[in-house]
Each structure stands twice: as C-alpha cells, then as structure tokens.
Design a protein around this ligand. Structure first.
Ligand SMILES: [Zn+2]
Length: 326
C-alpha cells in the first residue's frame, strides 16, 4: 500500500467516522433539539397568546358608574374611556353608545378621550339589578349595579268627584315637549344653588294616595320652597330660558312657568310664579333673578316648585346641590 493510498484511506475512514459521528450525534441530540424546538415554539405561542390578551385588555373600554350603589332618585354618571383613543382617531370622535336596560343615553366628551352620560332614576324605577352597557366601535363593556330602594314619605289627598276634570292635555303636552329638550353644550358649572331662600316644604319623591288609592304614577317631581309671596327666584345654575307659559294662556296647573336648559339633557322647571322676569331665548347666569314666587296654577299657597329633569326624568335635585356634578 502506497503512502498515498493509506493517506487516502485514512481520510476516507475519518470522513466515514465523522459522518457516523454526525449521524450518531444528530440522533442523540435530535430529541433534545426537537424538545427544545417544541418548548420554544410553545413559549413563543404562549407569549403570542399572552401578548394578544394584553392587547385586547389594553384595547378594552373603561366604564365607571357612580354612585355605586345608587338609590332611587339618583342621577348616575357613566364615564367611558378607551386607552386606545389617542391612537385611533375614529374612537376619539365617535361617542360611545351608553345604555341602561333598553334605554340609550347621550354621551358627551369631557376631555382626555373620555365621554360622560347621565342616567336618571326616579321613585318609579324598579329597584334591584341595573345593567349599564357601553359600546364604542367594536368594543363593549358593562357594569352591574344594585339600585337600592328608598322609602319616600306619603300623602293622602281627598278630592271631591270630578276635581281634575278641567285639566287640559294641551298644557301638559307643552311642558312634556320642553322636558324632551337635549342640547349638547354644557352651561352649568359646579354645584347648583338654592333657587329661593324659603324653607323646603315638600321634598322630592313624595308618593300619594288619592281618595285612599295609591297613585302608581305619581311622585313629587321636584322640591318645594315655601318662600314669601314675591320673593326672588334665582337660576340655580346657568342656562338658557327655552320655555315660558302663563296661567292666563291656559297653564292652569303649572301656573306661570319657566323652563330652563342647563345643557346635556339637564333642565329645570319653576312653577307657580307670580311674575316672570325673563323671556324665551335669554341666557341667564347662576344666581340671576328670573322671576318672583307666587301661587299661580294649582297651588294651595305661595311656594316655588323646582323640578330638575335629566334626560326627560325628574331626578332628586339634592345631589346636584351637594356635592354637585362637574
Ligand atoms: Zn312641588
């Protein structure tokens, strides 16, 4: 065997050994490699899933509702914000749809990509579970609250037969149309003021029995102030005078009445005035005198009835005075 032959054979042998070594080593390492691959792909898949979960969490709406728990007569504040709103311009401009039950309430921007809607409750709202839902783009969020019941004082009213026979639908239709006013601009600022200096003679929410029969639909839709005849009635908050009615023109129950729009679905009515000192379309500041207290319409004595309406429902004005709504 020549030197060259041995050399060639040696190289060949080494090559074969190397190939076998490689084969053996491949086989030896294959499960570990495969295991490693499986593990890393698993970790990778897990990290993708978890990052997706983080993404959907980051994209989800934030919905807060106060007060929690609320009670009958409370105005609920629902605030919706989307952490993605700054990166998605359509979410910035499109307000969310806010619902309670099957009612939808208008939401208005309050800065930083947040929107607010007011949800009114009254003594006629069924207490118990209240589901508030918000939808913005494709995202949804909901909160379940327990609306607490509340016992309201009761009155027993005895009327002679046919007492309310001369109440006209026209008068109530006029006032009801005003109560549906919703305008986007917000005029009030901070807590509402007391509209008259007189003592409160009837609180919000009083229920009635007429001739011994409980009136399912009746509750006192406001607060009465037993001030002096002719004392000043001031605007509890800034707003636009959008409704005026006179007893002489057929407002036999409400008497001389002013309706004021505080904006974003919040309205006031002032009843039984002796004099009205504003006109329709006037913009008034908080504390400005708008009329004088009286006993026009269906009033047993001089008093101011102040009703506060939120999205068409008479709410308890008390929380609007203290602490107030931003
Ligand atoms: Zn009243």
């Amino acid at each position: 065997m020549s030197k060259l032959d041995r050399w060639m054979r040696e190289i060949f042998r080494q090559n074969r050994q190397n190939r076998q070594k490689i084969k053996r080593s491949t086989l030896r390492w294959l499960p570990i490699v495969l295991g490693f691959l499986l593990l890393t792909s698993g970790v990778l898949a897990f990290s993708i899933v978890s990052s997706q979960a983080q993404v959907s969490q980051a994209a989800s709406l934030k919905l807060t509702v106060t007060p929690n728990p609320p009670q009958l007569g409370d105005t609920l504040t629902a605030i919706v914000s989307s952490p993605n709103s700054s990166s998605n311009s359509s979410l910035n401009t499109q307000p969310p749809v806010i619902q309670s039950g099957n009612q939808t309430y208008p939401a208005y921007p309050i800065g930083n990509g947040r929107f607010r809607a007011f949800i009114p409750t009254t003594p006629l709202t069924p207490p118990g579970k209240l589901q508030i839902q918000a939808q913005m783009g494709n995202e949804r969020q909901s909160i379940s609250l327990n609306l607490r019941s509340r016992s309201f004082p009761t009155q027993r009213i005895w009327l002679p037969e046919g007492q309310d026979g001369n109440v006209s639908d026209w008068e109530f239709d006029q006032v009801d149309a005003f109560k549906k006013t919703v305008s986007p601009e917000k005029f009030w600022s901070g807590p509402f003021r007391r509209p008259n200096n007189g003592p409160v003679s009837s609180i919000y929410g009083i229920r009635r029995y007429y001739n011994g029969v409980f009136a399912d639909d009746y509750f006192h839709r406001g607060v009465d102030y037993a001030g002096n005849q002719g004392s000043a009635i001031v605007a509890p908050a800034a707003g636009r005078v959008t409704f005026i009615g006179y007893e002489k023109d057929g407002f036999k129950v409400h008497g001389n009445i002013i309706g004021m729009d505080h904006g974003q679905g919040v309205l006031s009515v002032f009843l039984h005035l002796s004099r009205i000192q504003v006109k329709r379309g006037d913009f008034v500041k908080a504390g400005q005198t708008i009329g004088l207290l009286g006993d026009t319409g269906a009033a047993t004595g001089p008093h101011l009835h102040w009703g506060l309406y939120v999205n068409g429902q008479a709410v308890d004005p008390t929380p609007w005075r203290d602490p107030g709504f931003e």
